[in-house]
Design a protein around this ligand. Sequence first.
Ligand code: AMP
Ligand code: MG
Length: 286
Amino acid sequence: MGKTPKNLWTAPPTKVLRADPDSSIADLDTRSTPGFTGKKAEGKEQLETRGQVLSDLQELLYANGRSGDPRSVLLVLQGMDTSGKGGMVRHVIGHVDPQGVDHAAFGVPTPNEKRHHFLWRINKALPRGGQLGVFDRSHYEDVLVARVHELVPKKVWKGRYKEINQFEKELVDSGTTIVKVAMFVSLDEQKERLQERLDRPDKYWKYNPSDVSERALWPEYQKAYQAILDRTDTDHAPWYVIPADRKWYSRIAVTELLIDALERLELDWPSADFDIDEEKRRLAES
Ligand code: AMP
Ligand code: MG
């Protein structure tokens, strides 16, 4: 066993990253590392050690799910292109057993999805009991891109904040812990990441010409993000604001948020639903 690493958090991410009604994302320093005193090397070390803790807790959740526990955890990832949503799935969720992960990515709605209420496709993708659900984009796109591009009339998207709060309340009441993460990179950092996608053949696949057009709408997106933080940060489904220019930081921060969510379930190994001594005897005799 390696030595136990020092705790380099001066304040828990659940506290320092929680959306704050008194502050504006326009003032967020996207290069900052709130609550963490270490640098990149320590951050990377943390990701491994804490990733193992996350994995152990997820196994407990999965085991309980197999025994009929209806509870689940849902990580909702939102952020502009290049903010690191995909990397979060690979490097944080990558620590846990894929059997226990319900992953869903939401892109432009298909013609069929467009014919339904915006929560229809979301409902179909919710995690089952014992699963760690991960949404790469989510129902929040329907008050982000839909608002910025006026894909629906103002009256429609305006009503969605309330609908979302209601929907999430029901989800929480049915046993799902929701962890909502909004990742923010600066306009400059996004430019660098898009540049890399154009310079490296192994990254072309991530590049989408429309990402550059969207940059012109940055202030509108900021406004739409501010609105979701102002209107859909609730005690039952809180938002966490993640400075994401430093990928190592955003990853350890979200690892801690998930560990916290799982610990709060106070899970224990499910008890045997068979007679242990009797089974030991049968096995010995077999
Ligand atoms: P990516 O996550 O890079 O694969 O891109 C997915 C794209 O789908 C993004 O441009 C999103 O804005 C878009 N998208 C996701 N959900 C919706 C939605 N409900 N309505 C319109 N566009 C959406
Ligand atoms: Mg993209």
